[in-house]
Each structure stands twice: as C-alpha cells, then as structure tokens.
Design a protein around this ligand. Structure first.
Ligand code: ATP
Ligand code: MN
Ligand code: MN
Length: 306
C-alpha cells in the first residue's frame, strides 16, 4: 500500500526529474517505511543536509532488498545511476584514477535513494580541495554493554578538551551506537596532520583514563571501554553524513544535536526518520558550523595538556 508520505516522495522525485521505480516497496519492514517514504524523508531534510553533503566524495551503502537484507558499500561509479548522481575523478595513493560519487542537490539524494542507497557516507573534504579536510571527527565507539550515558559523557569530555585548545565542536548522534564529535576546519592542514592530532587526543584520553578509553582498534583491548576511533580522519575514509538514514533496526537517522540537547538524548538510535524529518525544519542545532575559522597545526598539538 502506498502511504501518504510515499505519495509525497513520488511527487518530489517527479519535481526534480528523477524516475522513481517501485515507490511502494517496503524497505524497513519493522516500520513499514517504503522507498517512496524514504524519498519523502530526503525531500524533508535536504535543505538541512546538503550544506554538509553536497560536492563531497561519497561512499554509498546500498541495500537493494531493503534493510536487514544484503547490503554493500559502493565507492566507485560503475554506471547505471541517474544523471543527478555525479562523479568526480580522484587520484589514488598509488597514482591510479578512480571515479567517486558526489551529489549537488536534492535530485542527487533522490537518485541515490532510487538506487537503494540507505546510508550516505562522506569523505572529510570537499571535491575542490580533496587533500585538505574540512572537519575532524572523534568517532566514539562503545564496547558492547556500555550504556549511552558513558558515550555522552565521553563526547562532552572530548568537546571540553577541544574547547580548551580552542576548537569548537558539534555532536552528531550516529543512529547506531555512538556519537561523533565533529570540529569543522578551514581546509588548510592536510590529512596526515589532522589524523595525527586526532590520534594524539585519543591516546591522551586513554593514558589519562585507561579504564574508560582506548585508542586501540583491537576488539580484545576494548572490553568495557570506549574506543576513540581516530581512523575516520584518513584520506579516503568516510563517516556517516548528518541526516543520513541508517540501515539499522528502528529505521534511525544520524542527527546533529546541540550540546544542550545531547544531555536529553537517551540512545544513539533514538531519532527515527519521522522525528529526524521534523527536526530538520527546526532551528539549526549546529549554529555557526560554517562560520568557524579554526585550523589544526603543530601549535595546537603543543597546547594539549600532558
Ligand atoms: P556507530 O555509532 O554504531 O559506531 P558509526 O557510523 O560510527 O555508527 P562505525 O562502525 O564506527 O559506525 O564506522 C565508522 C565509519 O566507517 C562508517 O560510518 C563508514 O563510513 C565506515 N565504514 C565502516 N565499514 C565500512 C566498510 N565495510 N566499507 C567502507 N566504509 C566503512
Ligand atoms: Mn562509530
Ligand atoms: Mn568507528
């Protein structure tokens, strides 16, 4: 059965000239969310989402049979996508050239949804300045069994530490288990400098409070701890986009919140698509994100406490 929001999705796709097939197909069985509903979701969040997503290289999680079925990450454009999904040539570390996806508008988001993209993952740099990240991400990954309160207090502590050295940051509730603390950057320093800074902070936290934090990727060393995943900050690695849907139970979205709002959030997958769509129309929770003029360099690393 086509739902009311599914009809909205059909109209939204038609309005931007993307041919939508099977809008009535259910892609989140638990919630009865159809492909048309997901298009309607992206139409609702596009104005909030596109400033973070447009004209950046993407990695797409595609689930042709919907959530909880076979899904795969696709980084390279092998054809078959509607024209609104664009591609950009990037030179790999080994010198070879590859086509990466990007979008520039709502038509692009709908084109991806037409191709069963359930998650939009982003590089940390823009197309026009691919070697210079525009943000640093502290991806807080809790070990199984750790509650969301532990994640929240870790996010707050990381935000406070960044503030101590002069970096303004913003929390993203991932739609999965954790929170990403994101500091926007003026694209100036290159990838290795930004990654090194993130790693240094992660290690500092782990040294100060070894029972609480680890900077070690190894699952065995994570027991009962929060892994501060600094590896999101490498050239070519990606992180979930603000406002992206997630292919997880409960049909959640990755939602930007203010530090004050984070206090009231009770789980990382609390915001379902309907609630996220409603929030996207509210005041911007990340005020000032694009006005920030901060950069990362050696001077900043020297400012970190011992
Ligand atoms: P959670 O809060 O549950 O940790 P998350 O989005 O932070 O959700 P992670 O498992 O921490 O998920 O992964 C971080 C990022 O690593 C993802 O957002 C994704 O961009 C990238 N990633 C993970 N697995 C793959 C993969 N198989 N191929 C490409 N990128 C991947
Ligand atoms: Mn994570
Ligand atoms: Mn991670």
């Amino acid at each position: 059965p086509t739902t009311a929001s599914g009809d909205v999705g059909v109209d939204a796709a038609a309005a931007v000239g993307v041919k939508l097939t099977s809008p009535e197909r259910v892609i989140y069985p638990g919630q009865g969310v159809t492909k048309g509903d997901l298009v309607a979701y992206y139409a609702a969040v596009a104005d909030a989402m596109l400033p973070y997503v447009a004209r950046r290289p993407l990695s797409l999680l595609r689930c042709p049979q919907g959530h909880a079925q076979y899904c795969f990450f696709q980084k390279h454009d092998t054809g078959g996508f509607p024209d609104a999904m664009k591609s950009l040539m990037i030179t790999e570390k080994d010198g070879s050239k590859e086509d990466y996806f990007y979008v520039e508008d709502l038509a692009g988001l709908i084109a991806g949804t037409q191709m069963n993209v359930l998650e939009w993952h982003l590089w940390g740099a823009r197309n026009k300045d691919i070697e210079k990240p525009e943000r640093i991400i502290f991806d807080i990954d809790p070990d199984e069994g750790l509650g969301f309160d532990a994640v929240k207090s870790a996010a707050k502590d990381i935000g406070a530490l960044l503030e101590e050295v002069g970096l303004k940051s913003y929390p993203l509730v991932s739609g999965g288990k954790g929170v990403h603390v994101i500091a926007p950057l003026v694209p100036k320093a290159e990838w290795p400098v930004v990654k090194e800074f993130c790693k240094t902070v992660a290690q500092l936290l782990a040294e100060r409070e070894p029972d609480r934090f680890t900077a070690n990727l190894s699952k065995a060393k994570r027991k009962g701890k929060l892994f501060v995943d600094y590896l999101r900050n490498e050239r070519g690695s990606t992180a979930i986009a603000p406002w992206s849907s997630r292919s997880r139970d409960k049909a959640p979205a990755a939602v930007p919140v203010s530090w004050a709002e984070l206090e009231r959030v009770t789980s990382a997958d609390q915001f379902g698509l309907a609630e996220a769509a409603e929030r996207a129309g509210d005041a911007d929770p990340w005020t000032g994100y694009f006005e920030v003029t901060q950069t990362i360099g050696k001077a900043l690393t020297d400012k970190l406490p011992d």
